[in-house]
Design a protein around this ligand. Sequence first.
Ligand code: MN
Length: 285
Amino acid sequence: MKICRYDNDRLGLVLGDEARDVTAALAVLPSVSWPVPLGDLMIANLGAIMTAVEKLISEAPVKEISDVQLRSPVANPSKIIGAPINYQTHIDESIIDDGIVSQRKISHISDWGLFLKANTSLVGPGDGVAVQFIEARNDHEVELAVVIGKACTHVSGENALDYVAGYAIGLDMTTRGKELQSFRKSSDSYAVIGPWLVTADEINDPNNLDLRISVNGEVRQDSNTRDLVYDVGRLIEYASERYTLLPGDIIMTGTPDGVGPVEPGDVMTAEIENIGVMEVAVRAA
Ligand code: MN
């Protein structure tokens, strides 16, 4: 299933170029009160949501996808995890272009670890990206985004995909500079997830998906997740050694070569095989 969130928190089932309004499925969610549980309530109850969606499909109002504003399909992750230097081609370009790493010594993801992006940076493609600090480089990084479905800790790489709810396209927007990643990559709107969540059953092998991004029609990044240094299973293993992973947590798996700057007025078109395509407009903050 492809599940989207659109307009004012409508829930949609994506079929071709259309979204069926299945917002009524949210009635299956348990009511919560303070302190609300960490994590995303919809993703935590995705099985019940999907059952409810099935019953609603035939009567659901239809919208053209092009007529709706797509939001992040995950509303309330407890954390957004980023993977640095996780494609060799991106490591190679970073060695040549110091504008990417600002004199930081490049080694291996096993040395650098992971980083967190602020939850307030999260938007969907319909929200667009508002670039800040335009005197610095603000780069696109297209990435496969993994959405965790079940709480887990100390997961082994072999079993890791059992804990995945689904996949989406991620843009790990980045202001270059000497500050730490969690600071530079956490401006409002610098984490784009979309265009929808594709449930894990629809992705045979997340470690063999073409991904690309173009800016104003010019292809900038064009690769395949088979070139990940730490693949999806290893990333979940690595993250869950440190963090308890909760339903709705997002892992941005890293970016291949071809990162580059965007400016207000640009339009980014990002695509991942078996997930879809999303257009993201860039504006000034
Ligand atoms: Mn990245």
